[in-house]
Design a protein around this ligand. Structure first.
Ligand code: 4NP
Length: 165
C-alpha cells in the first residue's frame, strides 16, 4: 500500500473524539526512527485533515539540538516528506501531560519511558508503535532506513485506522 492509499480514503467516519489529538513519537536518539514517525504521522494526519499534532523525542540526550540523521531525511524525502526542519529534543516527564499518546519504537524505549511515568494514567498512554513488535534501530546499517520507513508507515496507518471509528 502506498502513502497515498490512506490519504485518499474518505474521512466520513472521523469523529470529534480524535480531533486535535496530540501524539509523541519516541526512540533512543531522536535522529533516525522517531523523526520519520513524526513526519509520516503528520503527513497522513494533514492529508486526511485529522487535525492531529505530532512531535518526537529521544530518551537519550546525545543529539539534542541537532537535525535528523541525513539518511532519515533522504529516505523521507524519497517518499515526499520533508523532515529536515525537525530539531532533536529529549523526552521529559511533562510530555505525559502534553500528549494523548506516546508511541515508542522498541522495548528499551518502552521501559525507559514507563520508568518515568508518574502514575497509571500516564503509563497507559505509552505503547509500541507497532503494537506487538519493535521498529529496529537503523543507526549502524544504512540499508535499514528504507525498511524502517516502511514499518513505521504501516504502524502509523494502523494507528489511524484504529482511531477512526
Ligand atoms: P534512533 O537511532 O534511536 O532511531 O534515533 C539512534 C541514533 C543515535 C544513537 C542511537 C540510536 N546514538 O547512540 O547516538
Amino acid at each position: 500500500m502506498s502513502l497515498t492509499d490512506l490519504t485518499t480514503t474518505t474521512n466520513k467516519n472521523f469523529t470529534t473524539t480524535t480531533a486535535n489529538m496530540k501524539i509523541l513519537m519516541v526512540c533512543l536518539g531522536n535522529i533516525c526512527r522517531s523523526p520519520l514517525a513524526e513526519g509520516i504521522m503528520q503527513y497522513l494526519s494533514d492529508a486526511q485533515e485529522l487535525g492531529w499534532q505530532i512531535d518526537s523525542a529521544g530518551t537519550g540526550s546525545w543529539h539534542v539540538g541537532e537535525g535528523p540523521d541525513r539518511r532519515s531525511v533522504r529516505t523521507a524525502r524519497n517518499h515526499g516528506i520533508d523532515i529536515s526542519k525537525q530539531v532533536c529534543r529529549q523526552f521529559r516527564r511533562h510530555d505525559f501531560n502534553d500528549f494523548d499518546h506516546i508511541l515508542v519504537m522498541d522495548m528499551y524505549n518502552l521501559s525507559d519511558v514507563l520508568y518515568m511515568a508518574p502514575d497509571e494514567e500516564s503509563a497507559a498512554k505509552v505503547k509500541l508503535l507497532l503494537g506487538n513488535r519493535e521498529v529496529p534501530d537503523p543507526y549502524y546499517d544504512d540499508s535499514q532506513f528504507e525498511p524502517v520507513f516502511e514499518l513505521i508507515e504501516l504502524g502509523c496507518k494502523d494507528f489511524i485506522k484504529e482511531h477512526l471509528l
